[in-house]
Design a binder for this molecule. Structure first.
Ligand code: HAX
Length: 442
């Protein structure tokens, strides 16, 4: 199957589902549109809309106690059911994309078709690398990554179709094409940023086309260890989606709701991921651990030393990065999947020992501190340790890898936003004056 054929097959598969889903949603709104699913308190209006159910995202759902399910499948289930690379044990992210986009588990051929389509379209337009090369190499990798995505907006198929004139029911088709083209290029863009920022601009061309999307990212970063390729497959799969309300997903959805194309929308979402309370926490975790090690002159801290550092961090008004969550109230299953990977491939790694020591100490301390509603580790508490083990020590880069993965979930969601004809997002804001008036009214 050629790459055009594989994109066409994906469109055909979706075409059959889109009309039915659109009718179903129309019917739900017509028959039950007035049924309440959420109420908003004053605390929620000031408090980041926490827990307010006011948006629909089809690709994944997050349970506070159980964690994420992608189209109904938990991470352990996906590790068992998604196609794998030849000889590998970890799921292929291409399969995850197929699942979140279509709602169906892919066959090996379905995942291979996506791999083929992405690998065929991976070359960056020369103006993108030229633009990046004009930036200081010290520019944060997330800034470079976001700029690279935005620069390619010129390529949008959606924009051209929109300007020609297109029916609303057709919007999803060029959106899918844009999403496929952009996803194809993200590993090349990420690796380009990595090599120019930390390896003197000595770039590594993509591998032969038989290597999968995640394996090729590892190759272009310059890490040929097959275990690292497996890590990339797992990493890119588990970071892909976390329902719709998190900052990167919500931003992509919000910007996309104005019919901004996938380049504008994803670049905006990536800018949200770059915040330390969201995706940048993976960089902050490593920075925190390295800071602890440096203060002790290297090595593994004792339990007492680590507890002191945790308290010092809290007492100085900072957060413990990698811990806490806006929705989760238990250990993040994405943390557990990474911990299992470390246990299998590097049980004696020094940093792994430290990550485990933090896990043993931090929840108790956070509970005693008494502020965080969730004292358990999130996805970002573990990922840096795994990357360092394979020599990717430049922690400023870590959130870019998160971004490559997150693009799959949020762009699949954007295709469905268009397919269902979701309108421009426009919640109502109120002033404190208005709230005081409501309080007075009782
Ligand atoms: N360390 C110290 N204090 C914390 C904390 C932590 N890890 N987590 C929460 N708190 C504090 C909050 O800052 C807040 O303090 P104030 O009342 O003084 O404002 C209080 O506990 C209540 O917060 P919460 O309701 O438990 O948490 P939020 O829903 O407001 O925020 C965050 C969720 C993830 C932002 C928060 O737990 C945090 O800052 N964690 C550390 C940063 C981090 O790991 N972020 C990554 C999260 C996962 C993710 O998105 N990955 O991309």
């Amino acid at each position: 199957m050629s790459c055009h054929e594989s994109v066409a097959a994906l469109k055909k598969k979706l075409d059959a589902k889109v009309a039915a889903m659109r009718d179903e949603v129309k019917g739900i709104i017509k028959d039950h549109g007035q049924k309440k699913i959420s109420e908003v308190t004053i605390e929620q209006a000031y408090g980041g809309a926490r827990g307010v159910k006011c948006m629909v995202t089809e690709t994944s759902a997050l349970d506070p106690m159980e964690g994420i399910r992608f189209r109904g499948y938990s991470i352990p289930e996906l590790q068992e059911k998604l196609p794998r690379a030849k000889g590998g044990e970890q799921p292929l992210p291409e399969g995850l994309f197929y699942l979140v986009l279509t709602g169906e588990l892919p066959t090996n051929d379905d995942a291979a078709a996506i791999s083929k389509a992405w690998r065929a379209h991976e070359t960056l337009p020369p103006y993108v690398t030229k633009m990046l090369d004009a930036m200081p190499t010290t520019t944060h990798p997330m800034t470079q990554f976001s700029l690279g995505i935005l620069a390619m907006q010129n390529e949008s198929v959606f924009v051209k179709a929109y300007q020609k004139g297109m029916k609303k029911t057709e919007y999803w088709d060029p959106t899918l094409e844009d999403a496929m083209n952009l996803l194809a290029r993200l590993p090349v863009l990420a690796a380009y940023v990595y090599r120019r920022s930390y390896h003197g601009g000595k770039h590594i061309p993509p591998a032969d086309k038989n290597l999968d999307w995640g394996g090729n990212l590892a190759h272009m970063m310059g890490v040929e260890n097959p275990e690292f390729k497996e890590l990339m497959r797992l990493y890119l799969t588990i970071h892909a989606d976390h329902e719709g309300g998190n900052v990167s997903a919500h931003t992509t959805h919000l910007v996309g709701s104005a019919l901004s194309d996938v380049y504008y929308s994803l670049s905006a979402g990536i800018n949200g991921l770059a915040g330390p309370l969201h995706g940048l926490a993976n960089q902050e975790v490593l920075r925190w651990i390295m800071d602890v090690k440096a203060k002790l002159g290297g090595g593994v801290p004792t339990k007492e030393q680590l507890e002191k550092f945790l308290w010092d961090t809290l007492n100085s008004g900072q957060v413990i990065p990698g811990y806490g969550h806006a929705v989760l109230r238990k250990t993040d299953p994405r943390y557990t999947a990474q911990q299992q990977f470390a246990q299998k491939y590097m049980p004696n790694d020094e940093l792994f020992r430290i990550v485990k020591m933090i896990f043993d100490a931090a929840p108790d301390i956070l509970m005693k501190h008494g502020k965080a509603k969730n004292p358990w580790p999130n996805v970002d508490a573990h990922s840096g340790q795994l990357l360092v083990h394979y020599g990717v020590t430049e922690y400023d880069f870590y959130t870019v890898l998160f971004g490559v993965s997150r693009a799959m979930g949020v762009l699949a969601s954007l295709v469905w936003d268009r397919a269902l004809g979701l309108p421009i997002e426009r919640p109502k804001s109120v002033t404190t004056e208005w709230i005081k008036g409501e309080i007075k009214k009782g």
